[in-house]
Design a binder for this molecule. Structure first.
Ligand code: HEC
Length: 140
């Protein structure tokens, strides 16, 4: 029987498979360089994060949003310190769970959030959507 594929064909096929796997990887949200940072900084949810002063407790290091604790804000003197939110989107919580958590209608990891979100439903929706798209490596 005639060999219908030479070894160079196999090498080409192997590369094609590797290439396909790599491309599939880049379609998923977690890439080496993370999701589109510029888009996330322009996202309506980011504006809500700023407006609602989430940044007085939380940083989003991946987007260079530093925590801006100030004297008029409650400090976390007891309990869990506010986590950096860079990787919340990788934890598989859906936007509804996040919305409920932020408005204290529901818990996350069995705990209530420290602060109740008091903005509009529209803002909450944008915020929760933004939070769930933060898929960067966590800051350490
Ligand atoms: C007064 C400080 C404070 C403010 C303000 C605050 N948070 Fe938090 N947040 C916390 C603390 C503390 C935790 C950790 C709770 C725990 O796990 O016990 C937390 C947890 C979270 C989590 C869960 C993170 C995870 O990976 O489990 C999210 C999401 C979150 N906050 C989003 C927000 C958003 C959005 C805002 C603004 C609307 C906000 N937070 C405002 C203190 C704060």
């Amino acid at each position: 029987m005639k060999r219908w594929m030479t070894s160079s064909h196999w090498v080409a096929l192997l590369f094609a498979v590797i290439f396909a796997l790599v491309s599939v990887g880049s379609v998923s949200d977690v890439r080496a360089d993370g999701p589109d940072k510029a888009a996330l900084l322009k996202h309506a949810g980011k504006a809500v994060f700023t407006k609602a002063r989430c940044g007085s407790c939380h940083s989003v290091n991946a987007l260079d949003l530093k925590r801006s604790a100030s004297d008029d804000e409650e400090e976390e003197d007891e309990g869990t310190p506010p986590p950096d939110l860079s990787d919340v989107g990788t934890k598989g919580h859906d936007a509804q769970v996040i919305s409920d958590y932020l408005t204290k209608k529901g818990k996350l990891n069995g705990k209530n959030h420290k602060k109740k979100f008091k903005g509009s439903d529209e803002d909450l929706k944008a915020l929760a959507e933004w939070i769930t798209s933060l898929k960067f490596p966590a800051a350490k």
